[in-house]
Design a protein around this ligand. Structure first.
Ligand code: PEP
Ligand code: MG
Length: 754
């Protein structure tokens, strides 16, 4: 088989002639499969296209029996061709019949062909067909051959665009039969409520011209396209509000680095030289990148895929003179932007007064765009069940970003319920605001300290807004998760200082890096672990890679010069780990002193308590620490051997039950006896019923999400603790699975606002 690489231009020219000819679509398709078969020295070349929702039909073949054309049909997912259509990934097999998915169709006569290569025919990222070559001999097709077939498949998508081969109706059976559904569920990425009209983020730009013989002109167009793209990114980056937000800025720096990647550009240029237009070359390389990145297990890389998609689409729009997402058009006053996914830069381009919410078909709650949405207070729902991309622009939409519901063209009852939710929420939020300066004290005078959990600059605003007394847990890993490279000491120190300054004298407890488990960072390669939550994470990584911890501690010491540095370590499992971490801190302090650098006025060093083994070492641990903070999210997943991320287990064991509450009470008593301040910073403290139980067993300091401060404070101010304590005492001597309903009954009977 002659690799196309050796004669790419000739073949591309022939392809160009065929596609530009006056023949009808089916005839052009027949000529293309003949061309491919002869140029690639394949005995068979066949093209399948999707009809209706999931039927793949053989439309043309060179080599298989001609009677099979329009007769052979497969479901998407059926056989090898169906597998390519279902996954959108190519197959390259030297012995296709050995593949478990191989399905033999007698009418085609394909039983004599051993080797097979099949690539998806993609139109705007969606599979519309499959292009296949086969040979009798068992052979492996080279990477160049695979790339060449992909290019041809891309050009074939033009036949679908024109609608001559398959009518729009044929492609879209399902909609016409069932109509568009009007309620969707998804995951809340950023909380909030919004009502508005659908605006499609990307007014669809379709590459219509794939082939060009004038590659020099195409290279010039590409060069101009890149210049425009970089100028556009610079413009976004110099926008006023971004300059002042370190976090956004870093995200965009990464984005710009991608745009300047030489390898990416070189691949596009090579594709142009093979005979593609500049826009088709960008599309081709993006298809390849997508297919490679979709195969990776690495969540960080998968998330970066949306950045790359975003850049490629942007470049294509520049090349086709269709610059700008919906952000650059005149938006309606109440725009709810719908997109498959979105890059952070694209979100930042929208007029924040008009953008009411964002709905992403895919996306991930830890992606950059979700982090930015939370920072900007824009409600965002993602990972939808059902395809929202098929709805029409301009229809009305409700985004219920508390439970994660979306309504399209909602009937009056839904609108009414939604408006009730909004006004109830607004009233409630106003009541919480009014309580801002009221003391957090029970009716019988017991004071409780509420502090917040954070990891972003905006959480400090949340602390001030709610009147919380400080930050009980600052998750420093967020900074690392949005960074492509290891953040250097100076920017780290600047960021921590900005947090300390913003807190305006209120204490901030920094937790050193808690990466690993579900929190991935790009600069640290980790093995695939069987049980990542029980694996190489947090302090375990820090002690094995002490430079990481040392630099972070150095940055924290620098940032806290002249004030109190509160620092704690995550996932400490035995006392020796704490001692080791503490000694690294002491060494850094020594170094600082020796270099005559300004030191913190005071240093408080504590530990997270989130591994059960540490509970049984408290007698040894407590004399060494200045404070303890219980990470109940992790502590309970280990206590109950129940994965905190697994939705199937979320209701199986209740933290509000005698075994867990008795253990927590044991810790409270130990800390009280040793006079060591204790905080709990897990999610349970932010739920009113959870806080009720925790206060009953002796907790006096809770670190919770800023949005939880209002409700928890309201509960505390309505509680008479002396009535609750004996009630909970007797519940904890029982062996119940949960005491949640007993607590609710108590609250109900005693007017406690939960
Ligand atoms: C915890 O485990 O309870 C905790 C606060 O830490 P994280 O949720 O960040 O693991
Ligand atoms: Mg934890």
């Amino acid at each position: 088989m002659t690799p196309i690489k050796n004669a790419p231009r000739i073949m591309m020219r022939q392809l160009h002639e065929i596609m530009a000819s006056a023949d009808d679509a089916e005839e052009r398709l027949n000529r293309v499969v003949q061309l491919v078969a002869s140029n690639m020295v394949a005995e068979v070349c066949s093209a399948y296209f999707i009809r209706g929702d999931d039927i793949l039909e053989l439309f043309a073949t060179e080599g298989l029996k001609s009677e099979a054309v329009h007769q052979t049909r497969l479901h998407v997912g059926e056989g090898l061709v169906g597998l390519v259509a279902a996954t959108g990934s190519s197959l390259n097999l030297s012995n296709a019949q050995d593949h478990p998915k191989f399905a033999y169709r007698p009418e085609t006569g394909e039983e004599i062909y051993k080797s097979m290569m099949a690539v998806p025919i993609l139109r705007m990222g969606k599979v519309v067909g499959v292009l296949v070559v086969q040979n009798q001999a068992s052979r492996h097709y080279s990477e160049e051959e695979e790339e060449a077939l992909q290019t041809i498949a891309m050009v074939l998508a033009e036949l679908v665009v024109s609608g001559d081969l398959i009518t729009a109706h044929d492609q879209n059976d399902e909609d016409s039969e069932h109509g568009v559904i009007s309620r969707y569920e998804g995951m809340v990425f950023a909380e909030g409520l919004a009502e508005g009209v659908v605006v499609m983020h990307e007014p669809k730009v379709e590459v219509t011209q794939h082939l060009s013989e004038d590659y020099e002109r195409q290279l010039k167009r590409l060069d101009k396209g890149f210049r425009n793209l970089l100028r556009q990114i610079d413009e976004i980056m110099s926008a006023e509000d971004i300059l002042h937000h370190g976090e956004h800025r870093e995200i965009l720096d990464v984005y710009k680095l991608f745009a300047q990647d030489k390898g990416w550009r070189l691949k596009i240029e090579t594709a142009i030289e093979s005979g593609l237009t500049a826009e088709a070359a960008v599309e081709k390389i993006q298809i390849e990148n997508r297919s490679k990145m979709m195969k990776t297990e690495d969540p960080y890389l998968r998330e970066r895929l949306s950045d790359l998609d975003d850049l490629a689409n942007r470049l294509i729009r520049h090349l086709m003179g269709k610059v700008g997402t919906a952000a650059t058009k005149t938006l309606p006053e109440n725009a709810v932007v719908v997109s498959n996914n979105m890059g952070p830069a694209e979100l930042l381009e929208y007029d924040r007064d008009k953008l009411k919410a964002v709905v992403l078909q895919e996306g991930s709650p830890t992606s950059h765009v979700a982090i930015v949405a939370r920072a900007l207070g824009i409600p965002m729902i993602g990972q939808l069940k059902g395809n929202l991309l098929e709805v029409d622009e301009g229809v009305s939409i409700i985004v219920q970003g508390l439970e994660g519901e979306i309504f399209i063209d909602p009937p009056p009852e839904i609108i009414e319920t939604y408006r009730d939710t909004i006004s109830a929420r607004a009233k409630l939020l106003a009541r919480y605001d009014n309580m801002r300066d009221k003391p957090v004290v029970t009716k019988d005078g017991v004071e409780i300290e509420l502090v917040v959990n954070g990891g972003l600059e905006m959480d400090i605003e949340g602390m001030h807004r709610t009147g919380a007394k400080g930050v009980g847990l600052f998750r420093t890993e967020f900074q690392f998760m949005i960074s492509k490279t290891l953040p250097r000491i100076h920017p780290q120190a600047e960021f921590y200082k900005s947090i300390i300054d913003a807190a305006d004298g209120k204490p901030v407890t920094f937790r050193t890096l808690d990466i690993g488990g579900d929190k991935e960072v790009s600069f640290l390669k980790r093995d695939n672990e069987e049980n990542p939550a029980l694996g190489w994470r947090a302090i375990r990584i820090a002690l094995d890679r002490p430079a990481l911890l040392r630099y972070q501690l150095r940055a924290l010491i620098t940032a806290a010069a002249g004030t109190t540095l509160n620092v704690m370590f995550p996932m400490i499992t035995n006392v020796s780990e704490f001692k080791l971490a503490r000694s690294i801190l002491d060494k850094e302090l020594e170094r600082h002193k020796k270099n005559n650098r300004p030191l913190p006025k005071d240093i408080k060093v504590g530990t997270m308590l989130e591994v059960p083994s540490l509970v049984w070492q408290l007698d040894d641990l407590l004399p060494l620490v200045d404070f303890i903070s219980i990470g109940s999210n992790d502590l309970m997943q280990f206590f109950y051997a129940s994965d905190r991320e697994n939705p199937k287990l979320s209701n199986r064991y209740d933290i509000l039950s005698p075994p867990s509450l008795n253990m927590l009470r044991f810790i409270v008593d130990k800390c009280a006896a040793a006079n060591v301040p204790l905080t709990l910073c897990g999610e349970i403290g932010g739920r009113t019923i959870g806080a009720l139980a925790l206060i009953a067993i002796g907790f006096r300091r809770l670190s919770i999400a800023p949005s939880a401060v209002g409700p928890v404070k309201m509960m505390i101010r309505s509680l008479n603790l002396s009535e609750l304590v004996p009630y909970v005492d007797q519940l904890l001597s029982r062996s119940d699975h949960s005491i949640r309903s007993d607590l609710k009954a108590f609250a109900h009977d005693h007017g406690v606002k939960i």
